[in-house]
Design a protein around this ligand. Structure first.
Ligand code: COA
Length: 379
């Protein structure tokens, strides 16, 4: 790592700086490979379930049948959010951003979890289970509350992805959409030291509790350069409006030095392997709904950006049109990211607690020195 006395110009944004050792996940940006605990993301997306991935991220190995059942039972028993939190959410301004609502309500969960405090593994896992179970409940509840409807009670017979779609849309999801959501959760579960995960590790490194660390992670995820990009992609597609308008729109955006959302990545220099799956799902949803416009527009943008800038789509690019055709409101795409990423955040928090060192880097001071204080009426 660059020392405090060297220039940090080469490490702006800490690009390429190794700030932690971790066995949770690895991103090979040159070859477009993402692994969780040694398993390739394509293998997991093909064969696994989100709950199995949660176990994997927390324990470093795939669960045996009884272990998976036990985790599923513990998660499902905790689906219901505290009634006090739901009651307070009903007082929030109805036009609040869903990510702000999620950040505040997750922070409130802390008050109602008598077991989830402490940085030892037993208590931290208890908090991780509650958060993994309840973030989807909170996201779906807000969708209902802001539309003056009563939240739908979770269904303990359903897995996390399917239960979320049920609570959000008020009806049981068709099997293909439930599986797509489950895979979307697998794909978003972990991504090494991304901005929000790094945030959670910094907070956990102070030995603050899991709820504090996750609240900070949600705040970081909300930004448009991170998880907020999926919502921004769909807004862009709606703004462009038509396939024929894509090329001129992209040229204009590039001429104005505006970023095309969902394109580019701090680590991947080739195709983001998660985009491979979401491209397929965007197409499948387009075919299912007989509305290929969004997929076709996305393909055109993808091609233009590859030709003109040599840049590839990231995870947020095709998730946008996939979720759109699942009738999910635009501003709920980033909260869905959180429903998944809670698994990676808590995996990293557990790892941080397990071998903790306060994270405290240095800044290169570039301000003035030796100034003398001037009384206020002499300035
Ligand atoms: N559209 C157009 N140009 C882009 C771009 C995009 N999406 N992403 C990067 N660039 C350009 C920048 O303008 C910059 O050009 P310059 O050197 O001429 O100034 C150059 O590429 C480097 O960009 P920078 O933002 O410094 O690179 P980064 O490694 O920090 O970028 C992201 C990573 C993700 C922040 C960036 O690609 C981005 O903002 N993408 C859009 C937001 C997004 O989809 N975020 C989700 C990430 S999973």
């Amino acid at each position: 790592m660059t020392t405090a006395t060297e220039s940090t110009a080469a490490t702006a944004g800490l690009r390429g700086v190794v700030a932690a050792q971790s066995s949770i996940g690895d991103v090979n940006g040159e070859q477009g490979i993402l692994i969780y605990q040694g398993y390739d993301i394509h293998d997991l997306a093909e064969h696994s379930t989100f709950e199995e991935v949660v176990f994997l991220l927390w324990n470093g190995r795939l669960p045996k049948k009884d272990e998976l059942e036990e985790l599923q039972t513990r998660i499902r028993r905790n689906y219901a959010a505290p009634t006090e939190v739901i009651a307070l959410m009903k007082q929030f301004p109805k036009d609040s951003e869903p990510m702000d609502v999620l950040r505040t309500s997750v922070s409130m969960l802390d008050f109602y979890d008598s077991q989830g405090h402490g940085t030892d593994r037993e208590h931290a896992v208890k908090a991780a289970i509650k958060l993994t179970a309840q973030i989807g409940t909170l996201v779906a509840a807000w969708e209902r509350i802001r539309n003056d409807k009563e939240p739908i009670a979770p269904d303990q017979s359903l897995g996390i992805a399917e239960n979320f779609l049920y609570m959000l849309r008020g009806e049981q999801a068709e099997a293909d959409e439930a599986r797509m959501m489950d895979v979307a959760l697998i794909l978003h579960a972990d991504h090494e030291l991304n901005a929000s995960t790094f945030t959670t590790r910094v907070i956990a490194g102070t030995l603050a509790d899991v709820y504090g660390a996750v609240t900070g992670g949600i705040a970081a995820l909300a930004g448009p350069l991170h998880g907020g990009a999926n919502t921004a992609v769909m807004k862009m597609l709606v703004e462009i409006g038509d396939e024929e308008a894509v090329d001129a729109w992209v040229d204009n955006a590039l001429a104005e030095k505006r970023k095309i959302m969902g394109i580019g990545h701090a680590v991947y220099k080739t195709e983001d392997p998660r985009a491979t799956w979401l491209r397929k799902y965007s197409k499948m949803m387009g075919e299912k709904k007989g509305e290929m416009k969004w997929f076709n527009m996305s393909q055109k943008i993808e091609k233009a950006m590859l030709d003109k800038k040599g840049m590839y789509p990231n995870v947020d690019f095709y998730s946008a049109s996939t979720y759109y055709l699942m009738d999910i409101p635009l501003d709920q795409y980033t909260p869905i990211f959180a429903i998944s990423r809670i698994s990676g955040w808590t995996g990293h928090i557990l790892e941080q607690y397990g071998n903790n060192k306060l994270i405290r880097p240095r800044a290169e001071y570039i301000g003035e020195r030796d100034l003398k204080y001037t009384p206020i009426d002499e300035r």
